[in-house]
Design a protein around this ligand. Structure first.
Ligand code: COA
Length: 183
């Protein structure tokens, strides 16, 4: 079972008991505005938790979906690192926080730890993240973690009846500094 400590947070495996906290953010349209999923129905969140817990036992494990656990507030969001190519040692990361906890630097801390885990523990060579260009907070998180913008993909996604662009960011193993691991 994976447990990653950041300066202020614990990234840990989801359990079915996290339903209330997970649904609080995953069911919020403000939170999922730029996401490819949501806003979740209660059933969607139950399926999400079932899938996340099943994946904890997959071997080889490619999907590390983790709860963002705050010592005072409990689960304040979700995040993950997903191996997209074992052969090329490529992974992608994602993060999502309850809106009550935005703007405190938590996502920057979370992304830094996911990147550290990807390079140090999973042996990745390249880690990517994508977001809607209008999602400034998300690409600022990537840039704070030394990820480089590789491109602007035009209308690569159709979400909720609208064509959307994406920024793609990446960081390579040799660009990853030692500070990444103590976030
Ligand atoms: C994107 C998200 C994870 C950022 O989390 P966060 O913990 O608030 O981010 P941080 O506090 O680490 O801030 C990161 C940067 O974004 C900036 N930022 C935060 N909210 C912002 C907003 N609404 N508009 C513009 N910039 C914003 C911060 O100022 C900071 O940049 P700076 O240090 O240069 O000022 C959070 O807004 C969220 O969960 N959004 C909904 C889910 C989502 O979109 N996830 C990403 C999908 S790709």
């Amino acid at each position: 079972m994976v447990q990653l400590k950041t300066r202020r947070l614990l990234l840990r495996e989801f359990t079915p008991d996290d339903y209330e906290a997970a649904h609080a953010y995953a069911g919020d349209p403000e939170v999922t505005r730029y996401m490819e999923w949501g806003p979740n129905t209660p059933e969607d969140t139950r399926i999400f938790l079932t899938r996340a817990t099943e994946r904890q036992h997959e071997n080889p494990r490619l999907n590390y979906t983790l709860a963002i656990d705050h010592p005072d507030h409990g689960v304040i969001g979700g995040c993950g690192i997903y191996i997209t190519s074992t052969q090329n040692r490529n992974a992608s990361i994602g993060y999502c926080l309850n809106s009550h906890h935005w703007g405190k630097g938590y996502a920057t801390e979370v992304a830094g730890k996911l990147i550290a885990y990807g390079f140090e523990a999973l042996g990745m060579h390249r880690i990517t993240a994508t977001c809607d260009p209008r999602n400034t907070a998300s690409w600022r998180v990537m840039e704070h973690n030394n990820m480089k913008r590789e491109g602007h993909l035009r209308e690569d996604k159709q979400l909720r009846g609208e064509w959307r662009d994406s920024y793609i960011y990446s960081i390579l193993r040799h660009e990853y500094g030692p500070n990444g691991s103590d976030r």
